[in-house]
Design a protein around this ligand. Structure first.
Ligand SMILES: [Fe+2]
Length: 276
């Protein structure tokens, strides 16, 4: 039989455990950024682009829980990777546009040799966010693309409007692209349902935050996707398209992360034929 002392001991243990998990997920993990390095093999990648690097940051959600100083630290971490291109995949603020100017002021410090590109997320107000990013020299791709040249070779960088709250127009985005490699920025990974039917080579997405809370073995119980936790985070091969879902650096709804660390990702594009 359990004695009263054993019961109190058990209750104290549970309370301490809960406080430890709570403290970790509220105070530590949301600020513990992971730098991930991923190689993406693209068959027809021109020789001039073999080895090009793209650093992705997503879902900053600047708010009273995601401080400006943290965003600054992430911007510095991104610049330290010395990328050729930077890709921002949406959700710069959380719920309020009062955080828009402060976050874009930090993003103005991003440095990439061949450009900083962005798309909008479901928390972004289309006009004000586009204008604020553009003011800081960031190219917003809203259902459009641009060729990126190295000598006579080129690839395409495109970006789509958000799937749920915007007007994603994949056809318009891809219009005029030829057979050269196509890299796409897209906030919501659910768009892969449409993208996989096209000849887009590589998609960078965000939106899910990796669920923000993930359980050992089970994975994230809640992911804002119609596919459940299927595209919560990581690398996916769908048709001829490779998609990477970044866990983002900020938080929304609840200011916690558990087994879903914030991440910055550095992609190296390689021509698969040239990889030894
Ligand atoms: Fe988000």
């Amino acid at each position: 039989m359990f004695s009263r002392r054993m019961f109190i001991k058990g209750a104290c243990g549970s309370l301490l455990g809960t406080m430890a998990v709570g403290g970790y997920s509220y105070l530590l993990e949301p600020r513990w950024v992971e730098i991930k390095r991923v190689t993406i093999k693209i068959n027809a990648l021109p020789k001039q682009f073999d080895g090009i690097t793209i650093a992705q940051m997503s879902d900053i959600h600047h708010s009273k829980y995601v401080h400006k100083e943290f965003v600054r630290k992430c911007v510095r971490a991104l610049n330290a990777l010395n990328p050729d291109i930077i890709a921002l995949t949406g959700d710069y603020v959380y719920c309020s546009d009062e955080f828009l100017c402060p976050v874009t002021e930090e993003l103005a410090e991003l440095r990439a040799k061949e450009g900083v590109f962005a798309v909008l997320g479901n928390h972004d107000c289309r006009d004000s966010t586009s204008d604020a990013l553009a003011k800081e020299g960031i190219r917003v791709l809203n259902n459009e693309h641009t060729p990126l040249y190295r000598k006579n070779d080129y690839i395409f960088i495109g970006g789509v409007d958000n799937l749920c709250t915007g007007h994603m127009d994949l056809k318009k985005t891809l219009l005029g692209m030829d057979d050269n490699p196509k890299v796409l920025l897209c906030h919501n990974p659910d768009a892969i349902e449409e993208i996989r039917k096209t000849n887009v080579d590589f998609v960078m997405a965000g939106h899910t935050h990796g669920g923000q809370v993930s359980l050992p073995i089970y994975g994230p119980p809640v992911v804002y996707s119609k596919f459940g936790n299927r595209y919560a985070s990581g690398l996916f091969h769908e048709g001829n398209t490779i998609m990477y879902v970044n866990k983002g650096i900020g938080v929304s709804v609840f200011p916690v992360r558990f087994f879903a660390r914030p991440e910055i990702t550095l992609f190296t594009l390689r021509n698969s034929v040239r990889i030894v």
